[in-house]
Unconditional design. Structure first.
Length: 215
């Protein structure tokens, strides 16, 4: 099983995104957290910044939309050139229709689940998604502690994916002391913020996380 490491620019220098992204050439994708201060109690950036990052990043972008009304807004991020657009099941009016719109616009479609959200409705429509993101913290802020109790949900999602080409992503508290736990539960795509950008050598941190996850 392939291992993918996605550094989250939520932990990068907001005034020097291009420079910080250039420090992680080994990363598989760059994770971009879009927050609207409504769905989550934090505000980051929106479509214009993502458009600029697409133009300047050597790595593809996985845009994680922590916003209200992704049915309306998500396809625009695909049209902007994001590799993957992930939206929250809790915010979508019609998750399947939104995933299909993202795919039509040229991106992979991801669905995200908050810690308290049951995976059942997503798993019933698993073929409509290219990625399932199991949040291992409450979304909205970086630097939170990893919740090991959520590995049961990761295992549930992995069992439902089976042999499908669907990535199983975890986001929240991923670092050198937790990534192997998430990998053992079945995750193959890992979002790490402070564990990468808080290191003296961010790219060496990416490579170490990959090794610890079995990649």
């Amino acid at each position: 099983m392939a291992v993918r490491i996605e550094p989250s620019i939520l932990s990068a220098d907001f005034a020097a995104f291009a420079a910080d992204i250039a420090r992680i050439p080994s990363a598989d994708l760059v994770h971009c957290d879009v927050m609207d201060n409504h769905f989550v109690p934090n505000l980051t950036f929106g479509l214009p910044m993502v458009q600029r990052l697409v133009a300047t990043s050597a790595q593809p972008l996985d845009v994680h939309l922590m916003i209200d009304d992704p049915d309306r807004w998500a396809p625009g991020y695909a049209e902007a050139g994001a590799h993957t657009v992930t939206f929250h099941a809790e915010a979508a009016g019609d998750a399947v229709a939104t995933a299909r719109a993202i795919r039509r616009a040229g991106a992979r479609a991801g669905i995200a689940l908050k810690p308290g959200t049951d995976a059942g409705s997503v798993l019933e429509a698993i073929d409509e998604f290219d990625q399932v993101l199991v949040m291992t913290v409450e979304p909205g802020f970086g630097g939170q502690s990893f919740r090991q109790d959520l590995m049961a949900k990761v295992r549930e999602v992995r069992a439902a994916i089976g042999g499908r080409d669907v990535w199983l992503q975890v986001d929240g508290g991923i670092g050198a002391d937790t990534i192997a736990i998430a990998a053992e539960a079945g995750a193959d795509t890992f979002v790490a913020g402070s564990a990468v950008f808080g290191a003296d050598d961010p790219d060496a941190a990416v490579q170490r996380l990959r090794r610890l996850a079995g990649g």
